[in-house]
Write a protein that binds this ligand. Sequence first.
Ligand code: ARG
Length: 470
Amino acid sequence: MATEKKSDGNSSENAMWGGRFASGPDAIMEEINASIDFDQKFYAQDIAGSRAHAAMLHEQGILSSADHAAIDAGLSTISLEIESGEFKFSRALEDIHMNIESRLAELIGPAAGRLHTARSRNDQVALDFRMWVRDQTDAAQVALRAFIKVLLAKAEAHADTVMPGFTHLQSAQPVTFGHHCLAYVEMMARDLSRFEDARERMNECPLGAAALAGTSFNIDRHATAKALGFREPTRNSLDSVADRDFALEFLSAASICATHLTRLAEEIVIWSTPQFGFVQLSDKFSTGSSIMPQKKNPDAAELVRGKGGRINGALIGLLTVMKGLPMTYSKDMQEDKEGVFDAADTLELCLSAMTGMVDDMTINAENMEAAAGSGFATATDLADWLVREVGIPFREAHHVTGRAVAMAESKGCELAELDLVDLQQLHEGITEAVFDVLTVQASVASRVSFGGTAPANVRSQVAAWRKRLD
Ligand code: ARG
């Protein structure tokens, strides 16, 4: 969509409010004031809003049938012109609202001037932006569902695959890779519900609040709300034009989601190093080095990790724009859009990239399992076994186990490789049966508490999530 970059400065007065103005704006004024370069993005919402408004005005006897028909036809022509790229956007006409209204006047003449009855750009922009953000919350939900499905497939395929579970990025206890994937399913599902909640709250229609106080015309706000897919009209005209919390909620849901993505991205970066060797990214989601032929870099994961910063930045940016603004509309609020546009595109890109990357990623189960078995990862299992089978208090079991770890360390072996007689020196109650819990498979299989990592739990959680998502 091409925008005519500059008008000729102050040579002509503005057609929309020319009555009070003797000259047009300075070129710099036009530069700082115009939003058309970016708000043309919601032309479709603007036109849909205008059509619903015109239909309502006609229904209420405020607009004649002839004028309504001309306005409606003119708006659909404009829609086609914009879609085909032939529409000429002008900075002199500031924003999408006035660009469209001015073109409507060219197309149908003075009747165009009746469209703005009982409406202001303040409720118009609040409406357009809200509808655009509402569409984005829907798109985010679709993308999240697709990602969750891929995570569930990986979880199911790797319900039994053992990997080290980490705290402080130090091996802590063995877990299943399926369980690890399901941790992200939980996060993504909460993100999904945050978008659902935000959508529910934003789904009230501000159209008809007019400039800030409502209107003296007998409009039907319930009709326009319904026509535009809103649950109901907003209840307070001042609030309707003054707040952008719907965009803030979108951005905060997007930021939390993006932050979750950065954590998985970081893990993929770590897992795909030759040192870890837990996963291999497909060629489709990695890049080579121009100088080091052996390298395969996880650029997509790194970019998701990086782009999280951009989305968080958009949230902080809009919070800062809105902070301290007096009721109701101030032009500061024109700065609400670009960050949200960028964050929405970025989130969608990050979700698609992660979906593709995880879907295509190869899991090196042997490497994961070998790593899971190293570093005395089953020490807690030994302590638990002493409590359960020998009947000693956990504190004492912890102490005995600590000595077993020290013994294994000095012998340069793993816990499962210690001799029974050596273990019995630490506590006479230890029997051959202890070796059943010292393997990583036995360890994970025993974690059957609700929410635990056992393969059986992973399978039932995958099934439960699939059911919930349908
Ligand atoms: N372009 C403006 C914006 O994005 C539209 C609303 C203008 N309203 C006004 N009173 N100047 O915020």
